[in-house]
Design a protein around this ligand. Structure first.
Ligand code: URA
Length: 243
């Protein structure tokens, strides 16, 4: 990492706005290699030097990547004056870095959501051209079979003429309210719900379980999040064979 202004560096790591960081500096609470620095203009390289706030060494990360098990009832946005957002569920120090959800799940959809402050990563993950499949499990209001799977495979056309890319559909549990798995590559608004509506079915519950080869960690309770490992970050872009 190149040298950069200490106030910019600390702000990027979630220590507050440039103004708030300025106050930390003036109070002598920031050290670089053990020496207090009081000017925001001082340059430092957090990967080569030891930067500490209140004696606690900061662990510099250029970007942050979180896996969340999204609960129902919160919206996929960074902030909202009225509704609770997924970013509200993230610990404050990480929230201050300016993270956002990479893609949206509907308010009532649960499951795997990635939050990051890395715009390029989010774009690569979401662009259909990059071939990252998203896997959902849905509970339906009635049975589906070969005909619906074939329609998904050919590419569903919505009532307004919008054509979807070919998608995968398989039944995981038969019954009056079957549990099905859907594999899609795009993220059109209400896509899965609309695809089922196009074949005469209603989605009663929807959960995202996988992005690329990255599976939702079963240990994460709804509403919880944790950082992705380096390996998991790569899993996102690993092409999976359809089941
Ligand atoms: N498709 C939907 O209909 N809703 C979601 O939240 C995600 C995909």
């Amino acid at each position: 990492m190149a040298m950069q202004r200490i106030d910019k560096l600390l702000a990027s790591q979630g220590f507050g706005s440039r103004k708030e960081v300025g106050a930390l500096l003036r109070a002598g609470r920031v050290t670089v290699d053990g020496t207090a620095v009081r000017s925001g203009e001082t340059k430092a390289d957090a990967e080569r030097q030891t930067v500490a706030v209140d004696g606690k060494v900061i662990c510099y990360k250029e970007f942050i990547y979180l896996m969340m098990n999204k609960p129902a009832g919160v919206i996929s946005a960074s902030n909202d004056p009225k509704a609770e957002t997924v970013v509200d569920l993230v610990p404050p120090a990480l929230r201050r870095r300016g993270i956002f959800p990479a893609g949206r799940l509907d308010k009532d959809t649960t499951g795997l959501l990635i939050l990051t402050d890395d715009g390029d990563f989010a774009h690569r993950m979401l662009s259909p051209k990059k071939g990252v499949d998203k896997l959902y499990e849905a509970v339906l209001d009635g049975p589906v079979g070969q005909a619906e799977a074939e329609a998904f495979r050919r590419g569903i056309v919505f009532a307004d003429g919008t054509v979807c890319l070919p998608a995968g559909l398989c039944v995981l549990r038969e019954g009056e309210n079957p549990l099905v798995q859907v594999r899609i590559r795009e993220g059109k608004f209400h896509q899965v719900k609309k695809m089922f509506r196009a074949v005469g079915r209603t989605v009663l519950a929807l959960r995202r379980v996988q992005i690329g080869a990255l599976k939702l960690d079963p240990a994460l309770q709804e509403g919880e999040c944790r950082e992705l490992t380096e390996e998991e970050k790569k899993f996102v872009f690993e092409v999976q064979k359809a089941d």
